[in-house]
Design a binder for this molecule. Structure first.
Ligand SMILES: CSC[C@H]1O[C@H](OP(=O)(O)O)[C@H](O)[C@@H]1O
Ligand code: ADE
Length: 285
């Protein structure tokens, strides 16, 4: 099956240039409207679907991003491989602003988000032991290198609620926990992508050193935006390189994550939930 590449563009990334037949299409889902219309098009013969996570014009906070609607809309659009491109702060001296970190683990410190498509009446538990698709992550690393970026393969992303940045004490604590980068959005997105049986990977673009670094002081959005602007061409080149790199399955079960996940007995399943979840879990219901 040919891959369909989805891209969720984070802060600073609100569109993709150069798609053939580019068309923004507004959709609705059982979880409401996504952050924006979806941009459909083709790149090097591969179908691409782009969604700006915060909406064009940056309307949604990390808390109000409609994560379930976003992932459901992306799944309904036929996406098989989903790449998140996100701005992050760094906890490591060597992961410097402008570098790209191909995240492979997450720590969840969010507190106010719906984190699952499943609910009372239809219960399921998927594994998040390996929360990103290793094969897609390697493809992203190759694409980032082809784009000329300095790439760090592997890294733990701490997802905080925000929208305020961390205190110095939190920043030092997360560093001590072994986290490498910090952002506000990739959870619950990665959890929902797993429930939707998508291959998911995160390209984290470092924009700052959070607040732990003695030489860099507090995070300021102006600095974050300046770094994002300086790296916008690299992000675009990375996206352009993805069709050459992404394809096929992964051997680690992303596309069959729901095979043994549903717990609720067939006769006890809420028919309305079954209907609502058909786009996500119809394969196993
Ligand atoms: C503009 S700094 C904080 C903001 O940037 C990141 O967004 P995204 O992950 O969508 O690139 C971070 O998570 C915050 O939402
Ligand atoms: N330091 C930081 N903390 C949380 N989210 C961010 N996004 C970019 N920089 C960040």
């Amino acid at each position: 099956m040919s891959p369909v590449i989805g891209i969720v563009g984070g802060s600073g990334l609100y569109g993709v240039d150069g798609l053939e037949g580019a068309e923004w299409r507004a959709v609705d889902t059982p979880w409401g409207a996504p952050s924006d219309a979806l941009l459909h098009g083709t790149l090097d013969g591969t179908r691409m679907v782009f969604l700006p996570r915060h909406g064009r014009g940056h309307v949604h906070t990390p808390t109000t991003v409609p994560y379930r609607a976003n992932v459901a809309a992306i799944k309904a659009a036929g996406v098989t491989h989903l790449v998140s491109i996100s701005a992050v702060g760094s906890f490591r001296e060597e992961m410097a602003p402008g570098h790209m970190v191909i995240v492979d683990q997450f720590v969840d410190r969010t507190v106010a988000r719906a984190a699952s498509f499943f609910d009372a009446g239809l219960v399921a538990h998927v594994s998040m032991a390996a929360p990103v698709c290793a094969t897609l992550a390697q493809a992203c690393a190759r694409a980032a290198r082809a784009a000329g970026a300095t790439v760090h393969e592997g890294g733990t992303y701490l997802a905080m609620e925000g929208p305020q940045f961390s205190s110095m004490a939190e920043s030092r604590l997360y560093r001590g926990w072994g986290c490498d980068v910090i952002g506000m959005t990739n959870l619950p997105e990665a959890r929902l992508a797993r429930e939707a049986e998508l291959h998911y990977a995160t390209v984290a673009m470092v924009t700052d050193y959070d607040s732990w670094h003695a030489d860099h002081g507090a995070v300021a959005v102006s600095d974050v935006i300046a770094t994002l602007r300086a790296n916008v061409a690299t992000a675009a080149a990375l996206v352009a390189a993805l069709p050459q790199e992404v394809g096929g399955g992964c051997g680690t079960g992303c596309a069959t994550a729901l095979d043994h996940a549903v717990m609720t007995a067939p006769e006890k399943r809420d028919p309305a939930m079954v209907e609502r979840l058909s786009v996500i879990a119809g394969r196993v219901l």
